[in-house]
Design a protein around this ligand. Structure first.
Ligand code: AHR
Length: 530
């Protein structure tokens, strides 16, 4: 190895230091580019289901314990055991639906572990997630009350991996029965008089994997069997969700073949038809290749992550084409009930807890995903980010009594007007952001008429270097809203600096009566056109 002089060594160290410091900073800004956006207001789509802005909360790491539940005796301010700061933050987002208790955790969960006096509940090992103990202090009552408290619909994932259809039907009866019957009376004895409103019931989770390693034929048969026995009172209108495919494991799992089989044996032509089929996709390297870091990444990490994110569009097209063939009347909804960015866990965090930071790049992941979901509203009726708090692409991070809202939270907040809005097709002139062999649309948009009658436009500039002048065909007097932007690709909030990245007021200008928006590099904006 060549010997370095002291001066050369110092210079090399300085250069290395500069390289590290620049790692997540955006490369020098390039000149402004123009992109044209055309919104077709003559072709309204099916309304955007508010459940597309749904959440997933699993017994995983600090997702439930500490993230949601601290118990009524905690020093952390709480409402009957639920942290007050988290409850308020979720209420502000108007969280439409929460899926619980898993995930892989769901398929080893017995509901009887989580009812009755907390001091008498059994302690179990969470085998999937770190092998830690779970004292079951958060169970059915705590979840259903929590959903009610934040105003969200409840989506419970039942265990078909190791719970019989009979036990599962008893769980549903316990939650939903208003009768003078043994299970309803047991619920009353445990503190809840009225039945809860149970809107969604998951028939298993990832039956192709942690939910039983089933081949497609077996998964479809098991789904049909459980569907027959698990029923809430008809007036409740509970929707049963069949466990569908995943787009992450091409080498082992063919998402098209799996969807085909589920639809063939459970779609509308099959007796008790399937009302919803799930799909899971995580924005991460394919086939379990090593993941990148959540912060301190370079431009390659930026471009690859957005590329993984946009890949769901190709998969959804495939899945929807299969569903359309079996179900042309679109009676079976598609629920993307796990989606989000999955990185290496944060250094120093507990193994198996999947705790990761959340940056401006994740706000882009969220915005690009929302824009995609808005394009298939006649089929996609729910999507649940994985996961709500302290796990994977979380909207909220907590550290004991402290709480921060992540850039992903802010993206959800900015997109709130899109809930139940009527979307319009929108196209952009062919400009691309390129990095190496990755080519992405430079500008990605979504347009919709909100319930308040206003026209909303969401705009994402994927390029870390170029500011873009976005010229639209939208007419009006003014446009205003919010933008999330920074000159750092990994800008994020921390417990010491919780407001490092927050939305700022943002305006578009009317030029000759048409809306023009100046998008900074990496910006995510939502504006209303007056
Ligand atoms: O969200 C983490 C895990 O990812 C879930 O438990 C599982 O369903 C999926 O594989």
């Amino acid at each position: 190895m060549k010997k370095l002089t002291t001066a050369a060594l110092i210079l090399a160290m300085l250069a290395a230091g500069a390289a590290i410091a620049q790692n997540a900073a955006a490369p020098a800004t390039d000149p402004v580019t123009s992109v044209d956006v055309t919104v077709d207001l003559s072709r309204p789509g099916a309304p955007i289901a508010r459940q597309i802005y749904g959440h997933f909360a699993e017994h995983l790491g600090r997702g439930i314990y500490e993230g949601v539940w601290v118990g009524p005796d905690s020093k952390i301010p709480n409402v009957r055991g639920y942290r007050t700061d988290v409850v308020n933050a979720l209420k502000r987002l108007q969280v439409p639906v929460i899926r619980w208790p898993g995930g892989c955790f769901a398929d080893l969960y017995h509901w009887r572990d989580g009812i009755g006096p907390r001091s008498q509940r059994p302690t179990r090992i969470n085998v999937h997630w770190g092998g830690v103990t779970d004292n079951n202090s958060f169970g059915t009552h705590e979840f259903m009350d929590f959903a009610e408290l934040v105003g969200a619909e409840a989506y419970v994932s039942g265990n078909i991996g190791s719970l019989s259809p009979f036990e599962m039907s008893q769980w549903v009866e316990y939650i939903t029965s208003a009768e003078d019957a043994t299970l309803a009376n047991e619920r009353r004895k445990n503190g809840r008089d009225k039945p809860w409103n149970l809107k969604y019931w998951g028939i298993g989770n990832e039956t192709w994997g942690c939910g039983g390693n089933m081949r497609p034929q077996m998964a479809a048969a098991e789904n049909a069997r459980y569907m027959a026995f698990v029923n809430a009172p008809r007036a409740m209108g509970m929707i049963k969700v069949a466990s569908g495919a995943s787009g992450n494991l091409d080498k082992w799992h063919d998402y098209k073949a799996f969807t085909e089989e589920m639809m063939k044996n459970g779609g509308p032509t099959f007796g008790d038809h399937m009302e919803a089929l799930s799909y899971h996709y995580y924005a991460m390297p394919p086939d379990l290749a090593p993941k990148g870091p959540a912060t301190d990444f370079n431009e390659e990490g930026w471009a690859k992550q957005l590329h993984y994110t946009l890949d769901i569009d190709r998969q959804l097209k495939d899945v929807i084409a299969i569903m359309d063939r079996h179900d042309p009347k679109k009676q079976t909804a598609l629920y993307v009930d796990e989606w989000g960015a999955w990185y290496q866990p944060e250094k120093g965090s507990t193994p198996g807890f999947l705790y990761q930071q959340n940056t401006l790049r994740d706000a882009q992941v969220a915005a690009l995903s929302f824009n995609i979901f808005h394009r298939y509203t006649d089929r996609i009726k729910m999507a649940n980010i994985a996961q709500m708090i302290n796990v994977l692409q979380a909207i909220i991070l907590t550290d004991k009594e402290k709480m921060i809202l992540t850039p992903t939270y802010h993206a959800f907040d900015m997109y709130r007007p899109f809930m139940e809005a009527t979307p319009y097709p929108a196209s952009t002139s062919a400009a691309a952001y390129k990095f190496g062999d990755i080519t992405l649309p430079l500008i990605d948009v979504s347009a919709a008429r909100g319930k308040d009658g206003k026209l909303y436009l969401a705009i994402v500039n994927t390029d870390p270097k170029r500011a873009v002048r976005v010229r639209t065909n939208l007419t009006g007097k003014a446009a205003s809203g919010q933008i999330l932007a920074s000159d750092r690709m990994d800008a994020h909030n921390s417990f010491d600096n919780p407001n490092a990245l927050v939305p700022r007021p943002f305006r578009g200008e009317m030029v000759d009566g048409r809306l023009v928006v100046q998008m900074p590099p990496m910006g995510v904006a939502v504006v209303a056109v007056d």
